[in-house]
Design a protein around this ligand. Sequence first.
Ligand SMILES: Cc1cc2nc3c(=O)[nH]c(=O)nc-3n(C[C@H](O)[C@H](O)[C@H](O)COP(=O)(O)O)c2cc1C
Length: 217
Amino acid sequence: MPELREILKSLRVWDTELPGFDPSAAPSAPLPLFVEWFAEAVAAGQSEPHTPSLATVDGDGLPDVRTVMLHGADEDGFHFASHAGSAKGRQLAAHPQAALGFYWPAQGRQIRVRGDVTTQSPEVSQADLHVRSTGALAAALVGHQSEVLGSQEELESASAAAWEHAQADPKAPAPTWTAYALAPREVEFFQGDARRRHIRLRYRATAAGWVRELLWP
Ligand SMILES: Cc1cc2nc3c(=O)[nH]c(=O)nc-3n(C[C@H](O)[C@H](O)[C@H](O)COP(=O)(O)O)c2cc1C
């Protein structure tokens, strides 16, 4: 077996030219900066910049985390979707707060978002699904997310049936599919620096609007 510590020691981060970031020129709200950074991540060739980690907490206070797809970001918050019966769905129903973490190594950038999660209506949730690919609809129609699976064969036959269903009826409802919006209380933008003078700009929501603060790296 390879020696993990040796492999880890040989690895570096940001072996590339990093962009600058002038926090004094940052907009007064985080959304325009998020959109700007997102577009720059795509332009820089960052793979899958739209797949943040989503952290939630269960009834025992135990954190949980997994990757999701970002479906949008606007004045209502950061949008993603999943099954209401999944672990995250149950955790969000009991404790509607979450965090999203984006990491874009091509530019040494990280964005962290924390806030309150609202469950969207069934109409919004189904509409969100029906503008996506046949594969996304088929996956949603399979359902049972995070339940124990008896065998691979069970999945194969459920998936084959779901693909047929999705192809025959592109508007087929997937009742447990649920859209969520995370309304940020805090959004932090991190720009890595080769000399470790990383720039961290945090936006914090207050009654008077967004407050911008620099943080020690
Ligand atoms: C790139 C990527 C994108 C994913 N997007 C989603 C998504 O949008 N919604 C979703 O429910 N699961 C998505 N998943 C699967 C989740 O990471 C996770 O395995 C699943 O939702 C079960 O999580 P849970 O048991 O914590 O609820 C994605 C996984 C990867 C690797």
